[in-house]
Design a protein around this ligand. Structure first.
Ligand code: DGI
Ligand code: FE
Ligand code: FE
Length: 195
């Protein structure tokens, strides 16, 4: 295996809880498969998949402190829901701690939780791989979205966003939905209608 991937894997194994580490490896290989399907750079997809949750093990208070110290700007919704911060902070750590300089990889890590309107191919691959990797079991419609991911990536993104919003509306206060998640959903809904 690629030396960089291998050494980061070893580091993450120490940083993350076992189940989170297994999820991370699942995302790395699923991102690799999607990269093969859609003609994306395989190494970049695997590296972004491997590192996407690298900040997940940091306690909320520490995440907030690290963002302050490193001038990482947070939105209101991120301050209220600190678990959302692992995306932005993960991109920062991927650069500072794991030595990744590729801006595409850092961007894909940064937008992996909420998505973003007009995502590039690598962003889409990481967003979806995170949702469908084999260790995921809870989301509704997983078999359908897993198949769709390899047939029509934009349709799979739209379905994932739709289900995530529905889940968030059911389980939390409506105002804890990140406006970026809503904007992303609206963007891909429009996009499908114009097809
Ligand atoms: O870090 P992971 O658990 O692997 O996955 P993730 O980074 O996609 O985070 C998943 C959680 O993020 C899931 O519970 C749904 C939630 N999420 C996605 N969009 C939003 C959101 N949570 C809030 N509060 N607002 C959002 O817009
Ligand atoms: Fe995540
Ligand atoms: Fe994840």
């Amino acid at each position: 295996m690629d030396g960089q991937l291998h050494s980061i894997e070893k580091e993450l194994k120490k940083e993350l809880e076992k189940s989170r580490y297994e999820h991370t490896i699942g995302v790395m290989y699923t991102a690799g498969c999607l990269a093969m399907r859609y003609g994306c750079d395989l190494k970049k997809a695997m590296l972004a998949g491997l590192l996407h949750d690298c900040a997940k093990g940091i306690p909320s208070e520490k995440k907030l402190k690290m963002c302050k110290k490193n001038h990482i700007e947070l939105s209101q919704i991120e301050r209220e829901n600190p678990y959302l911060i692992h995306a932005k902070l993960g991109a920062f750590l991927a650069r500072e701690q794991y030595g990744v300089e590729d801006e595409d990889i850092l961007h894909a890590i940064c937008v992996h939780t909420t998505g973003a309107p007009a995502m590039n191919l690598l962003d889409k691959i990481i967003f979806l791989a995170d949702y469908i990797e084999p260790n995921r079991t809870k989301a509704q419609n997983l078999p359908q979205i897993r198949q769709m991911a390899f047939e029509n990536i934009d349709r799979a993104i739209l379905k994932t966003l739709e289900d995530t919003l529905e889940y968030l509306k059911d389980s939390r206060k409506r105002d804890s939905i990140d406006p970026i998640t809503l904007q992303t959903y609206e963007y891909y809904k429009e996009d499908k209608q114009n097809e």
